[in-house]
Design a protein around this ligand. Structure first.
Ligand code: TTP
Ligand code: MG
Ligand code: MG
Length: 399
């Protein structure tokens, strides 16, 4: 089957959109501190017990997949491990069958967040029209830049490398949909520039699931209909798509198969945290005013959750602040295993924080805060498997 419609010209004024994605991001950050592992199959996904042990002679002893017992999943892997069939989301014990000698390292989100900020800042110094899409990827609107595409993209890649020591892959195309597909075409360390005229040769032969928004279930349904490639999708009978996917998704499928996507690059300045606090009319005492305090506390958490939901964010670090009558301020925080915008989860975590403050004196102010924010739906996924009874990983008290 071959599609007959030529790809249309998208808009009167062609845009130039880049999608930048870091290569094997978590693994590459780990290799910065363990450079002797370069070139080896390495899997990220262990717990702290899998951290390397430094020997007396200064060398390090690493955990190997073959010794792993547990239900954890691979968060990411180096390209050397991928060559052995080990990919994100695979069970580590399954991965151990494919690559028993591969090295296992624990996840360290703080380090990845640090490098995430560094690479985004390096790009922003050159091209500030950025949309954050998660810990290791961004869209950049380059339409307003005069510089020629290849030179500009090369300059961005070099800046990221210099700021972080890490490589990335960039795809540049007339829209976000194509740029996202494109950044993956020549990974790692790729630089792919695609014009409207390249859609037929470079995009249409790809499997339909390469389109961001065609998930595994939709891809399976398309396969069952005999629609495997994007070209086949472009040539598909619109009525058949309507019947199987509903009108709006079917219309979207038709458009994306043609490489059409008008979504703008949305720049927003990310809030670092969301917080609410309350000063009491009279001093409250934890024991005497237990019930009133509990109600106030719950309402604060509900308002924080409401703020998050309205802004479309989720957060992981929940903190509380108390000001005692002598104006002493005490804070406690802890980091949840997963991102949340749920009032009950925030209330529970804030309650744990409160337990860690000696409450023998009356206080005047109570505040609840949530930090480590991510755009809902673009939060880093995976992460360590959290065992029951290990609900909270405590983080250092904040100031
Ligand atoms: P990706 O960009 O999907 O993958 P990657 O950067 O490891 O490799 P690639 O070169 O193919 O881009 O994801 C970025 C990080 O997000 C990744 O390093 C680890 C984390 N992640 C998870 O925690 N769970 C997952 O299922 C995936 C896919 C990624
Ligand atoms: Mg990546
Ligand atoms: Mg990514």
């Amino acid at each position: 089957m071959s599609a007959s419609l030529p790809p249309p010209v998208e808009s009167p004024r062609a845009r130039r959109i880049a999608h930048l994605d870091m290569d094997a991001f978590y693994a590459s950050v780990e290799l910065l501190r363990y450079p002797e592992l370069r070139g080896q199959p390495v899997v990220i996904g262990g717990m702290s017990v899998h951290a390397p042990v430094t020997q007396e002679d200064g060398s390090r002893q690493y955990a190997r997949l073959r010794d792993y017992v547990g239900r954890g999943v691979v968060t990411t892997s180096t390209y050397e491990a991928r060559a052995l069939g080990v990919f994100s989301a695979m069970g580590i014990m399954k991965a151990a069958k494919l690559a028993p000698d591969a090295i296992l390292l624990p996840v360290d989100f703080d380090a990845y967040r640090h490098y995430s900020r560094l690479f985004k800042q390096a790009v922003a110094d050159i091209a500030p029209h950025i949309e954050n899409r998660g810990i290791d990827e961004i869209y950049i609107d380059l339409s307003e830049h005069a510089e020629e595409t290849l030179a500009l993209a090369t300059r961005i890649k070099t800046a990221v490398q210099q700021a972080t020591g890490l490589s990335c892959s960039i795809g540049i195309a007339p829209n976000k949909l194509l740029a996202k597909i494109c950044s993956d075409l020549e990974k790692p360390n790729g630089l792919t520039i695609l014009t409207q005229a390249d859609i037929v040769t470079r995009i249409w032969p790809l499997p339909a699931r390469k389109i961001n928004g065609i998930g595994p279930r939709a891809a399976e349904k398309l396969t069952a209909l005999g629609l495997n490639t994007i070209e086949e999708l472009a040539a598909a009978d619109a009525a058949v798509l309507h019947e199987h996917f509903g009108r709006s998704y079917a219309d979207w499928l038709g458009r994306v198969a043609q490489g059409i996507d008008e979504r703008p690059v949305v720049t927003y300045s990310e809030p670092k945290s969301v917080s609410r606090e309350t000063t009491f009319e009279s001093n409250l005492h934890a024991k005497r005013d237990r019930e009133a305090l509990s109600g106030i506390f719950t309402r604060l958490c509900e308002r924080v959750a409401g703020d998050l939901q309205r802004k479309g964010f989720v957060g992981r670090t929940v903190g509380i602040k108390l000001r005692f009558t002598d104006f002493r301020i005490v804070t406690r925080d802890l980091t949840l295993p997963t991102y949340t915008d749920d009032a009950v989860a925030i209330r529970q975590a804030a309650g744990e924080c409160l337990k860690r403050i000696p409450l023998d004196q009356p206080f005047r102010l109570l505040g609840v805060r949530i930090g480590t924010l991510a755009k809902k739906g673009a939060e880093p996924v995976g992460g360590p498997v959290v065992m029951q009874g290990e609900l909270f990983r405590e983080s250092a008290d904040s100031k």
